[in-house]
Design a protein around this ligand. Structure first.
Ligand code: ZN
Length: 373
């Protein structure tokens, strides 16, 4: 195949999988983005029905009018090798699925200039091939796939549509039970009340067969309310994750020369996905799965040469796996018993008061900047 022909194909692919004025296309793109981004809102990380998801432009569409401003933003917030790649505001490397609530809350400059924004653009770039692949798969499939996709992204606002879905739903479930029982095994997601009272924390429970058995044991043998039974271990996991975020903030500031910063408990999002709930013994159940968290804390930094104290915001993210054993009647599960395996983490401070130097240590100088209070 000639280079030109190949470029032609690539162009078509890129042109197709992008935000446009074609609502059918955007529907397919929405489903592809949703799937590639773990079927969640990228902003609040909650799981939703795809029908309430929207497509968000990380760098706002208004930048299309101003290529200089766009270039400047890209250079500011991306590493050079990414900033120099061709950038298309409407391509998947600038798109992410967002829920309606977050889209309404979010302002164009919600992220501007922050490390979080850099991470998001990097993430979108990384996920782009998957989005393109899914987009093509959805679009290329025959009529059945198109019909299913229509159902998947359909607005179920009007009662007729809902009625139809429910009628055909049970037929479809029967069909799946015969041809693809696995599909019915997977996500029966169980959103749990937020354990800490903080809207941003979620414990999402997906029960497989042993998990459903454990649920029955908890309910029938121990007489527990299932939500209650998971609330305490769930809270312990969330607390353990927050402790870990705080610890990484500590070591970040420590590396920057601040040995004893007081760091408040982080606020932000913790999503705990329970993949396995198992009955181990009469005293013990095991809970395990994945987690993802990002938090921001205020750290009090004490200047050594004068009595001033400055407060800076520190951010941290972490993702990985967790496991804990809990007793069904324990209302005070110790976060110290949660074992966390972090596979991905990051800590940073955007605060101009915290003058982060690329080479920490000797050249580090912030005292002059920190005379506040
Ligand atoms: Zn959201």
């Amino acid at each position: 195949m000639s280079h030109q022909a190949l470029t032609g194909i690539l162009d078509t692919v890129v042109v197709q999988a992008r935000y446009s004025s074609d609502s059918a296309r955007n529907g397919i793109l929405r489903a592809a983005l949703f799937d590639a981004w773990d079927r969640r809102c990228y902003f609040c990380r909650r799981w939703y029905d795809v029908a309430v998801m929207e497509i968000d432009h990380l760098i706002p569409r208004s930048y299309r009018q101003n290529s200089k401003r766009l270039k400047k933003t890209l250079l500011e917030c991306l590493p050079v090798e990414l900033a120099e790649l061709p950038f298309d505001i409407d391509a998947p490397h600038n798109l992410a699925p967002i829920c309606r609530d977050c889209n309404n809350d979010k302002r164009d400059d919600s992220f501007e200039g922050s490390m979080k924004f850099t991470r998001l653009l990097e993430k979108a770039r990384k996920r782009e091939p998957e989005v393109v692949k899914l987009f093509r798969a959805f679009e290329d499939k025959h009529d059945l796939a198109k019909a299913l996709l229509t159902v998947t992204v359909a607005e179920i606002a009007d009662s007729k549509a809902k009625e139809t879905l429910m009628e055909f739903g049970s037929l479809m479930v029967n069909r799946l039970r015969v041809v693809a029982p696995d599909v019915l095994e997977t996500p029966s997601d169980y959103p749990l009340d937020d354990p800490s009272g903080d809207q941003m924390h979620h414990v999402i429970v997906t029960l497989n067969q042993p998990g459903r058995r454990a649920q029955v044991i908890l309910e029938d043998v121990y007489g527990c309310d299932f939500d209650d039974a998971l609330r305490y271990p769930g809270r312990a996991v969330v607390n353990a994750i927050n402790d870990q975020l705080r610890l990484s903030m500590h070591s970040y500031l420590f590396q920057g020369g601040e040995a004893d910063a007081d760091i408040e408990s982080p606020s932000g999002r913790v999503v705990v996905e329970v993949a396995e709930l198992a009955y181990v013994s009469p005293e013990e159940f095991r809970l395990s799965g994945r987690f993802e968290a990002d938090g921001a804390s205020v750290a009090a930094i004490h200047a050594s040469t004068d009595s001033g104290t400055a407060w800076v915001q520190v951010d941290a993210t972490a993702a990985g796996a967790f496991e804990l054993y809990f007793a069904p009647d324990d209302e005070d599960v110790d976060p110290g018993t949660v074992s966390l395996t972090t596979t991905d983490s990051d800590t940073w401070c955007d605060d101009p008061l915290w003058k982060e130097e690329s080479d920490y240590g000797d050249d580090f100088d912030w005292e002059g900047e920190c005379r506040r209070t």
